[in-house]
Design a protein around this ligand. Structure first.
Ligand SMILES: *Cc1c(COP(=O)(O)O)cnc(C)c1O
Length: 391
């Protein structure tokens, strides 16, 4: 049997006839944007994560921008975050005209190292924006303790973290309750739950939720849904400058089906992650992330740190896997190493830079079948054994 004919993609969204049928229902319903499907998706999402309020928007970048904007982040302010994230995290800060202040990561968790947080706070700091990277919950209790002491709001970039949980007090709590002031989610196809594109803001603060709802729809004083149902002629006004960050009902209808499948999807992902963990225990030099006892990841991705113990470097390993039909991606990027951030100052970020250059993401998605995963593992073992070529 030839191994190299099998092609394993890095990820594939998990959508079927149920989502297609839901989209069809929304399309034929006569109301296709920010209507009843969006309202139902918001209610179901809030119930799932345990949040008092959930507000749907067009994607997570707009969610992050809206959250920071509604907290008053403006030009001249600083927002503390990580460089080691998808670039949208830092971009949302720049969209407010503010300056991102990058803190290095803890290499064990790929997340903001709380021991470096306090030194980054200045009189200009306006908010803290930690990330739950690839669905691994960051150390929120430690971050919140420092933030509360300095009376700084925490916005969680939970783009990747639907279904992830933290052990707080005596119980597991879903990311998004939220633990900070606001949590922002993404429904891009690379995330665990997808609506094509889409985002959600959760908060326990009713006034913030009201602001999100106002500004996502051009700051329109009387929503179209209210005017539609009124038996009196009503005229809306626009008391401030808002945005168009609406989610469509077609997306929300798909999201509701995805949410109903989430528990089963998370179980399959956990099973796949556990199989990788077991296999990697026999492969020195390939280090999976070490989730703490208080963190439950959703296994959006399976990052592996390629250490000097491994016979090949990270890039050579990716190439050797590609030659065997296995797609991988490099680890998470760093904003500060991109040309768009060339003018943005920062302190030393050695762990962020090492993670970008030494981490590889292995295929892990809901529909990954076990024989394909076994093929990935067999390829890793073959490469580790120094087989070299592809035959
Ligand atoms: C995907 C992602 C985003 C951006 O989400 P979009 O919905 O594509 O705007 C932001 N932050 C992180 C950490 C992400 O992984």
């Amino acid at each position: 049997m030839s191994l190299q004919i099998r092609k394993v993609p890095i990820a594939r969204p998990s959508l079927d006839e149920a989502e297609a049928e839901a989209a069809r229902r929304a399309i034929l319903s006569g109301w296709i944007t920010q209507g009843p499907e969006v309202a139902a998706f918001e209610a179901e999402f809030a119930a799932y994560v345990g949040a008092p309020h959930a507000c749907a928007v067009s994607n997570c970048t707009t969610a992050l921008h809206l959250a920071l904007h509604c907290l008053g982040v403006k030009p001249g302010d600083e927002v503390i975050t990580v460089s080691h994230s998808y670039i949208a995290t830092a971009n949302a800060i720049l969209h407010c005209g503010a300056t991102p202040v990058f803190v290095d990561i803890d290499p064990a968790s790929y997340n903001l190292d709380p021991s470096l947080l306090e030194a980054a706070i200045t009189p200009r700091t306006r908010a803290i924006l930690p990330v739950h990277q690839v669905g691994l919950p960051c150390d929120l209790p430690a971050i919140l303790e420092i933030a509360n002491r300095h009376q700084l709001p925490v916005v969680e970039d939970a783009a990747c973290a639907i279904g992830s949980a933290l052990h707080v007090g005596e119980q597991w709590q879903k990311i998004g309750r939220p633990h900070g002031l606001v949590a922002c989610f993404s429904f891009h196809p690379r995330k665990v739950l997808t609506t094509g594109d889409g985002g959600m803001l959760t908060t326990a603060d009713p006034e913030l939720d009201r602001r999100f709802r106002l500004l996502r729809q051009h700051a329109m004083s009387i929503p179209d849904t209210v005017r539609h149902d009124a038996n009196q002629v009503l005229f809306e006004s626009y008391p401030e400058v808002g945005y168009n960050y609406r989610m469509t009902d077609i997306q929300a209808a798909v999201g509701r089906v995805q949410l109903s499948k989430l528990t089963a999807m998370l179980e399959r992902r956990t099973r796949l992650a556990n199989r990788y963990q077991a296999a990697l225990a026999h492969l020195p030099g390939l280090q999976p992330p070490t989730a703490g006892r208080h963190q439950q990841p959703n296994h959006q991705s399976f990052p592996v740190w390629v250490t000097p113990e491994f016979p090949l470097g990270r890039d050579a390993l990716m190439q050797a896997l590609l030659e065997r039909g296995v797609s991988t991606r490099r680890g998470i990027m760093n904003a500060h190493q991109e040309p768009a951030y060339a003018k943005c100052g920062h302190g030393p970020l050695p762990h962020s830079e090492a993670a970008r250059d030494q981490v590889v993401l292995l295929p892990l998605f809901d529909g990954l079948d076990l024989t394909d995963q076994d093929h990935v593992i067999a390829c890793l073992m073959e490469i580790a054994a120094g087989a070299g070529g592809t035959s």
